[in-house]
Ligand binder design. Structure first.
Ligand code: CP
Ligand code: NVA
Length: 307
């Protein structure tokens, strides 16, 4: 049985197979999967969600199963009941669990006690379902990932970490530009470097947004203040001055570059309205692709679980 806590949990070949499966499911979106008939996926979320919750819920329905959503108030993960006990109980009733947690360790603790596949629906450290949909979107828009130059501008956060691993596994080139002190976590830099050396990818981290965007095919940004960091809002706004994805910055990318954002966006902070709503933006295709990519993921985990 496999979990999906991080993109470091899968190989380059497995990632390619998932992207191929996602493309097939996107073409034939109401095709049920016999392995998913009558199966249940529980979502236990400690933070709000629009895309992640809706895509798993709708995805399970289309595959022939169902999703159930358990809110923070109901479960009280680690407060009303220990993480280990919630994991043991839920494992007896459902077939997959998606967790959205404040602390990545909660996810690891849950997975240690689970007897069904556990999927990371976002933690403070990573957002691999987003990374999966992102690299699927980039392949869909650009073709051969080994020829693609991606720029990520902003916070070296959970979304950046997963994009780094997705790029590294797929042979793409990625330049990350963050303000000093907001670089990606060293562990994710190491994981990305290891995967990149095997695939021929290049993942670079620096502080100059213009240099990162120069000649890029894809310009990606995410919020400066993630969920749970609200008390740092003012400090972060100051620190990220100069890292906004706006028309002036985008002018340094290739003329046909696409703009990506995992959403929700803080419009007017990390990205301007004209860029987010402009002709180069693919953010709503990217959001839709969460559905197709995660259906491929659940179908794969179901097959891995019965092997
Ligand atoms: N991008 C993303 O994960 O969105 P939600 O927080 O709405 O699920
Ligand atoms: N970095 C953001 C992503 C939201 C999908 C956050 O963690 O809030």
């Amino acid at each position: 049985m496999r979990h999906f806590l991080s993109l470091a949990d899968i190989s380059s070949a497995e990632l390619t197979a998932l992207l191929d499966a996602a493309a097939r499911l996107k073409k034939d979106r109401f095709a049920a999967d016999p392995n998913l008939t009558g199966r249940t996926l529980a979502m236990i979320f400690e933070k709000p969600s629009l895309r992640t919750r809706t895509s798993f819920d709708v995805g399970m329905l289309q595959l022939g199963g169902r999703g159930i959503y358990l809110s923070p108030a109901e479960v009280g993960l680690g407060r009303r009941e220990s993480i280990a006990d919630v994991s043991r109980v839920v494992s007896r009733m459902v077939d997959f669990v998606v967790l959205r947690v404040n602390a990545h360790e909660s996810l690891e603790e849950f997975a240690r006690h689970a007897t069904v596949p556990v999927i990371n629906g976002l933690s403070d450290l990573s957002h691999p379902c987003q990374g999966l949909a992102d690299i699927f979107t980039i392949r869909e828009k650009m073709g051969d990932l080994r020829r693609v130059q991606i720029a990520f501008i902003g916070d070296g956060n959970n979304v950046a970490h997963s994009l780094m691993l997705a790029a590294a596994l797929s042979g793409a080139r990625l330049r990350v530009a963050t303000p000093s002190g907001y670089e990606p976590h060293p562990k994710y830099r190491e994981l990305a470097a290891a995967a990149a050396s095997a695939s021929g990818a290049a993942v670079e981290v620096a502080n100059d947004p213009i240099a990162a965007v120069k000649g890029a095919d894809v310009v990606y940004t995410d919020v400066w203040t993630s969920m749970g960091q609200e008390q740092e809002y003012e400090r972060r706004r100051r620190a990220f001055n100069g890292y906004q994805v706006n028309a002036a910055l985008l002018a340094h990318a290739k003329r046909d570059a696409v703009v990506m954002h995992d959403l929700p966006a803080h419009r007017g902070e990390e990205i301007t309205d004209d860029v987010l709503d402009g002709p180069q933006s693919v953010v709503f295709d990217q959001a839709e692709n969460r559905l197709h990519a995660q259906k491929a993921l659940v179908a794969w985990l179901a097959r891995e679980a019965v092997r």
